[in-house]
Design a protein around this ligand. Structure first.
Ligand code: FNR
Length: 341
């Protein structure tokens, strides 16, 4: 199967598998505060995260690697929406464009459509420092995401099977790349042990990309003749992963993604210690089914939901949500109770 066909299949399957209506964000109950002391006009969404200056904690997470006309169209449309709404955007894996220069234009269109915005490059952890520099140059990117996707590779018949050099690659890239390096998952979440390993490797930005939204086990299984169904519930749910990573006290900047459905989930992620929250499949679905205007409206309503939560909790800017009172319930509480013993 050609790479482009595989990537288009990814989009089709990612959009068709029913996204979970309920997920572990429902286990986080925010404690309501009746007395607000803020004014709506004084609420700010802009945020500084390490070396990055952003106009919102929301970003479009990595999707649609793989070149071709369809990728180019989707990347252009997402980039135009990101430019219009002022949010950051990550592209999908650029490895295929590094190997096939004719595919570069489907990524370059992102910078062309959004000359001043924050754009994150993206590669897998098989990439070396030279790949990383090239991926950043291709987009004049403000940061590089490196994704960890061991289970996805193992489910793909054509996926990688040798992961022995990956931590080494990450360590080299994190210490030498001139822009921030964000190590992310793809929907399986990160544990405290993973966060500790990444800290050792010098990683200062982590996107936990947990379970609860796009499920790559299901996406890949839909394309397989011999599906590995037993791994469809594998992974650490996003809110659990945020709590896990906090406990390792890595000092890293934490990004949340995986199953964030709206601005209240985003606010919960910030309460749990994330500084940014990313959305992928949910935003792509709005774009593909309803178009760019609908996606702009959706992003504006996510910002609105976030600001309502900030007003209710007396947080005048995104960082001020960190540590606001919440109650853990259900499976998330069970998990954290056992992990703290
Ligand atoms: C992805 N994701 C992804 N991640 C990555 O680092 N590189 C990639 O190339 C891709 N490709 C990709 C394609 C499609 C169609 C989807 C839906 C997703 C994973 C994505 O960035 C994110 O980590 C997960 O999708 C979880 O977020 P959501 O979808 O639950 O909001």
């Amino acid at each position: 199967m050609s790479r482009e066909k595989r990537k288009i299949d990814h989009i089709r399957h990612a959009l068709s598998h029913s996204r979970e209506l309920q997920n572990h964000f429902d286990d986080i109950e925010v404690v309501h505060q009746s007395v607000s002391g803020l004014s709506w006009d004084g609420l700010r969404l802009d945020i500084k995260v390490g070396e990055l200056s952003l106009s919102s904690p929301l970003f479009v997470n990595a999707m649609t690697g793989g070149g071709g006309k369809k990728t180019e169209d989707i990347n252009r449309q997402l980039a135009e929406v990101a430019a219009e709404t002022g949010i950051a955007m990550a592209v999908g894996s650029q490895m295929s464009a590094l190997k096939n220069p004719e595919e570069k234009r489907s990524y370059e269109v992102v910078r062309k459509s959004n000359p001043k915005g924050n754009i994150f490059a993206n590669l897998g952890s098989e990439a070396d420092l030279e790949h990383a520099n090239q991926a950043v140059d291709m987009l004049e990117a403000d940061a590089l995401q490196i994704h960890l996707n061991t289970l996805q590779e193992l489910i793909m018949p054509e996926g990688d099977r040798n992961f022995s050099t990956r931590l080494n690659n990450i360590e080299k890239i994190a210490s030498r790349l001139p822009v921030p390096v964000i190590v992310k998952e793809v929907g399986y979440g990160m544990s405290m042990e993973t966060a500790a390993l990444l800290k050792e490797a010098g990683v200062r930005y982590i996107d936990v990309a947990g379970r609860g939204g796009t499920n790559f086990s299901k996406v890949e299984n839909q394309r397989r003749e011999n599906p590995l169904h037993v791994f469809e519930d594998w992974g650490i749910p996003t809110p659990v992963s945020l709590l896990e990573v906090q406990r390792t006290n890595t000092g890293a900047h934490i990004f949340a993604s995986g199953g964030i459905r709206h601005g209240l989930d985003g606010a919960k992620a910030l309460i749990l210690g994330a500084e940014m929250f990313g959305m992928a499949g949910g935003l792509l679905k709005v774009l593909v089914t309803s178009g760019q205007e609908a996606l702009i409206e959706r992003i504006e309503s996510i910002h609105h939901e976030l600001k309502v939560t900030m007003m209710l909790l007396n947080a005048d800017e995104p960082h001020a949500l960190a540590g606001k009172a919440y109650i853990l319930t259900g499976k998330t509480k069970e998990w954290m109770d056992q992990r703290s013993q």
